[in-house]
Design a protein around this ligand. Sequence first.
Ligand code: CA
Ligand code: CA
Ligand code: CA
Length: 226
Amino acid sequence: MKKTIFAAVAATAMVVGTAASAATLNFVGSGGTDNSQVLSNFDISGVPGLADGTEIAVINGADKNSSNGLFVDGEGEISVTYTYLGSEAGFDNYGAIIGNSPTRTFQNYSDGFASESNVDDVAFGTQLAGAIDLIFQTARDNGPDDQIANQGGASPASENFAIGYFMVNPNYYVLMFDDLTGSNTDRDFDDLVIGVQVSAVPLPASSLLLLAGVGGLAAMKRRKKA
Ligand SMILES: [Ca+2]
Ligand SMILES: [Ca+2]
Ligand SMILES: [Ca+2]
């Protein structure tokens, strides 16, 4: 009887683990005015395949809409790991994961925010299938910060702001913020660079606890018998 229950729990846990095993990233960039660009003056090293001459996907703040951006596909809760990869910028830039609080998760430390707390090189989150929750912002001394979000919307809605997207593999993309063009044009996409990695959430903690509980009960019964 107990063996049957244990086997059923173990089988359920395996099914849950299998169902959550696929999590992939998918970039959508339809309708943009500058859908791609070949990198030049890119000064962040260490990302395989990403260097001057690499063609990246691009969306700017003037043609952004909520159907574009980087999306994650998968079943149930999906783990997302955000990694700060570098920055070359004259402005104070930061990247924020919308679901996190406080919001300034990554920054380029150029000045002003050096004392900001809760800023780190790696951040972890979980989410359901849908748009990745990342925004890039340029801090201003006066007025609201200018920003562009992965999942749609830029403020102001200007081509001054753009995000570059580069696929390392179907589970890992690099998102590259370009903070200003116009009179300061460089479009080098290295003003704040964040890696986004997704994976299925491993065997749910609740299933592991259940297994441990069943095991513990069995052990207790054995001890009582002894
Ligand atoms: Ca550069
Ligand atoms: Ca730039
Ligand atoms: Ca730059």
